[in-house]
Design a protein around this ligand. Structure first.
Ligand SMILES: *Cc1c(COP(=O)(O)O)cnc(C)c1O
Length: 357
């Protein structure tokens, strides 16, 4: 039976990416070596990193004021690298928008480093909306926001004009739609929510914002290290980067960001139309802030939970459960998910209503 994987992360990837990765594990580019045993200094391995950086720049139209790097440690290490690289050691201050679980983890790390102001928070309503009226203090070193809140299922549809450098955690919607990179000073994300397998973070750094904090930054945590070494400072995760490269080549082949954003929009419209139409379900998130990547919904009658769970599992759907701290359901519809899989879920929801409504 075909499996429809609605996982919130790691993301699903196109079949051809799995096929190419499998082949490369056995015999990489006819070198007779596995990608797992090849030196990260091998010219063909370095070519993998260069291609992945080049494709990221090309697909996202990254201006030459910015540099693209890949590091390990996922987005969680970026929570630490951001204040290390951007918050002044003496009298430094950061401003954060608190829109969810991940934003609050980023805030916790910044607080270890210095004064951290939360300009607004939607924690009062379980992060079911994006705060829109707040002021960004002009005396802070940077403003940090989270474009897509993977757990609650909200997404920023626009970004504030910031008087200070703007930093964005785009872990779960990078590469899913068009973004004007020049409006941001730093964008980062774990790669496992749209770009490739787990094992890396991507960062898109405006070069001129670095080197201004007066901090003695540990070598690995310094963005400049990875810029100078073209993301090959130490033994990097060749296999995971290769997966990202294959995935970005797939994305380019199908038509890049303009095409994928159309597909993603069609999927989320189909999904939300059913959540709204179907009398058995409700969407907990403010309509204008709904995420195109992660659609959250709840049963109006929790007593029917076992019946609904049995039905979607029987249809080959997996990983539909909401995050453990919010409950309900969450359909994550990352780039590689075909609309046919969303249709399978919608059909189950319809059949459920017919049976129990
Ligand atoms: C998943 C996620 C993270 C954490 O990513 P890791 O790579 O596991 O550290 C951070 N921010 C957002 C928005 C996420 O979706």
């Amino acid at each position: 039976m075909k499996i429809h994987n609605f996982s919130a992360g790691p993301c699903i990837l196109p079949q051809e990416v799995f096929d190419r990765m499998s082949q490369a594990v056995l015999n990489f580019n006819n070198t007779g070596l596995s990608l797992m045993e090849i030196s990260h200094r091998h010219p063909e391995a370095e070519e993998v990193m260069r291609n992945t950086i080049r494709l990221t720049k090309e697909l996202l139209n990254v201006p030459n004021t910015h540099e693209v790097i890949f590091t390990q440690g996922g987005a969680s290490l970026q929570f630490v690298m951001v204040p290390f690289n951007l918050m002044r050691e003496n009298g430094g201050k950061a401003a954060y928008l608190d829109t969810g679980v991940w934003a609050s983890k980023a805030i916790a790390e910044a607080k270890r480093m210095g004064m951290t102001e939360v300009v607004a928070s939607s924690s009062d309503k379980k992060y079911s909306y994006i705060p829109k009226t707040y002021e960004i203090p002009s005396d802070a070193d940077y403003f940090h926001c989270t474009s897509n809140n993977t757990v609650a299922g909200t997404q920023m549809k626009s970004f504030p004009d910031s008087p200070i450098p703007i930093v964005c955690d785009m872990s779960s919607d990078i590469m899913s739609k068009e973004v004007d990179i020049s409006k941001f000073d730093l964008i980062y994300g774990g790669t496992q929510k749209n770009m490739g397998p787990a094992g890396n973070a991507v960062a898109i750094v405006k070069k001129e914002i670095l080197g201004k904090t007066g901090r003695n930054i540990p070598t690995y945590l310094n963005y400049q290290t990875h810029i100078d070494k073209e993301s090959t400072f130490n033994t990097w995760s060749v296999l995971a980067v290769y997966g990202a490269m294959c995935n970005l080549e797939w994305l380019k082949k199908i038509g890049g960001i303009p095409e994928i954003s159309k597909r993603n929009k069609a999927k989320s419209e189909l999904m939300y139309a059913e959540i709204d139409r179907n009398g058995m379900f409700a969407g907990p998130v403010a309509l204008e802030d709904r995420s195109d990547m992660n659609a959250t919904f709840v049963l109006k009658d929790e007593n029917l939970k076992d019946e609904f769970d049995t039905m979607w599992k029987a249809a080959g759907i997996v990983n539909l459960k909401g995050h453990r701290i919010v409950g309900g359901y969450r359909a994550s519809m990352y780039n590689a998910m075909p609309i046919e899989s969303v249709q399978v879920l919608v059909d189950v929801m319809k059949a459920f209503e017919e049976k129990f409504g």
